[in-house]
Design a protein. Sequence first.
Length: 125
Amino acid sequence: MRPANIVVGLVALVQVGISIAEMFLWKCECVYGRLQDVFHFTPAEVINVEPIVKNAGLYNAFLAAGLVWSLLTKSDSRSLKFFFLSCVAIAGIYGAATLKPATLVLQTLPALVALFLVWMANKPA
């Protein structure tokens, strides 16, 4: 397996992890305790933003599904990888601007590394 595909797979796994945390573990004490530390949410805020967060988790699941699709398909997988990795990178930039700068490290940086590796793997000799 090419290094590019390994990194694309890792980016997909990160999206799956984010999706699970947002959709299913949002009010779990293991996640809520971290939310208080990171975002300084009160218990009422956790409940108020839950529908929005679950919706965002679904979007992350779609990004993960697209990346997995790009790894499994034989036809034009490079275009799919570029599209979904770009979406992840943009989501990370937007998350950094609206939530926490750490999303640049969690989402954008790995997506950009994967984009570079995909581009290098398919670059004509």
